[in-house]
Write a protein that binds this ligand. Structure first.
Ligand code: ZN
Length: 411
């Protein structure tokens, strides 16, 4: 990704005082004179920042402003070990609101809209980010938070919500509920803004059909503001990342080498204006690519493609590497499958056993044929043969948070 002159000058400006402000970066860049960073090539030699570094700095070791300038903190979920705490200044919160409002605008959402917010409120950045953006835009925020489907549907009808914001799995749950109860005609929904986990086209089509909405993928992570640093546009071909706040690079996850536009690798982000906790070359572990060329929508901000997975999601079974996105592609390819599936990997008598469970309306011989077809296509596309098992529709679990689909019980 070509760094623009504006981005380079923002980085130089940031670097002029970074080490004085941030004890974290004073240590990280010890022995490096940041005044020597004059070009993109110089910048690309700087070491990466890792989530593990941020954990080590717990609780407030990455704070780069005096206490009186911090107006709030957010924290990434601590499901695996120590959480990460990110301090925000008033300016940071303001910038985030501006970026988020820009996301809504890019999705064609206006001050006339009523935005039902189902992501959670709390320490993490989800619900509160969606709300901040809605208020900055001037739309009506309906701060539901997650769960309580009964109440969600009631508010959706009574208030005439026009926009639903959700994780993909919760959006699917709502879509199925609406379909089952035949509520669609009583709703005014027209857009869905869905948090960008990596999810398949089949699931997207179901949500968009059953809710009757145009879906936009929003991108972000707690360490870098939160959701709202990028979104897909009406062209639905990649998510624009706001290049006046964020510099995005794609690197080879193994070597750390910067990759040319169009190639899939790990997304690495640098904040250009963040005060409370600036991050330089932060490894997101999200796999994607820069979509080359300009977007027909007219926005100049670069696009990243739909996420293909996480660098740490890669699983190795029977000697072949697989990513969840590839499995989804196989499911999509086979007629008679729904969007829901689970993959189980077990070690039985010292051998890896791979099972793919998928929901299907088919029964008997038709189901058997579908299972055989799935196994064959899996082998052709990914390189190993699974045990494919069709289960009745609705049998696999849905969750309000991200749905876990790969279960590896080998270790
Ligand atoms: Zn566009």
């Amino acid at each position: 990704m070509q760094m623009t002159d504006e981005q380079l000058s923002l980085i130089k400006q940031e670097f002029a005082t970074l080490k004085e402000r941030s004890p974290f970066y004073a240590r990280k860049f010890e022995g490096i004179d940041l005044a020597d960073i004059r070009t993109q090539a110089d910048f690309e030699k700087l070491p990466f920042s890792e989530k593990a570094d941020l954990r080590e700095a717990y609780p407030l070791g990455i704070q780069a402003v005096p206490d009186e300038e911090v107006v709030r903190i957010h924290s990434s979920s601590g499901t695996t070990g120590t959480p990460v705490i990110i301090p925000y200044t008033r300016q940071d919160v303001d910038d985030w609101a501006d970026m988020f409002a820009r996301c809504y605008e890019t999705a064609g959402i206006t001050a006339q809209d009523r935005i039902q917010i189902t992501p959670g409120y709390g320490l993490w950045t989800a619900g509160i980010g969606f709300q901040l953006g809605a208020e900055r835009l001037g739309a009506m925020a309906i701060p539901m938070g997650p769960g309580n489907t009964e109440k969600q549907l009631k508010m959706m009808q009574d208030l005439g919500s026009t926009v639903i914001t959700a994780t993909s799995s919760y959006a699917l749950l709502l879509a199925e509920e609406i379909d089952e109860r035949g509520l669609r005609d009583s709703l005014k929904l027209r857009k869905g803004v869905i948090g960008s986990e990596r999810w398949g086209d089949k699931m997207r089509a179901r949500i968009s059909d059953e809710l009757g909405v145009e879906i936009f993928d929003i991108y972000g992570l707690t360490e870098i503001y939160g959701p709202g640093i990028g979104i897909s546009c009406r062209e639905h071909h990649g998510m624009h990342i706001w290049s006046d706040y964020i510099y995005a690079e794609i690197v080879d996850p193994e070597t750390g080498e910067t990759l040319p536009d169009g190639e899939v690798g790990e997304l690495v982000l640098t904040t250009l204006r963040k005060q409370g906790a600036p991050l330089i070359r932060y490894r997101t572990h999200d796999l994607t690519r820069i979509v080359p060329g300009e977007c027909p929508c007219g926005l100049k901000h670069p696009r990243i493609d739909t996420l293909t997975g996480r660098t740490d999601d890669m699983v190795k079974v029977k000697g072949c590497n697989m990513f969840p996105a590839q499995i989804e592609e196989v499911i999509k390819f086979v007629d008679g499958t729904s969007s829901e599936y689970q993959v189980m990997i077990e070690a039985i008598n010292g051998r890896d056993v791979l099972t793919v469970l998928f929901e299907t309306p088919l029964e008997g011989d038709e189901k058997t044929r579908c299972e055989e077809q799935l196994a064959a296509i899996f082998k052709a596309k990914i390189g190993c043969t699974p045990e494919a098992k069709g289960v009745p529709m609705g049998e696999l679990p849905r969750s309000e948070k991200k749905t876990k689909r790969i279960f590896d019980s080998r270790y």
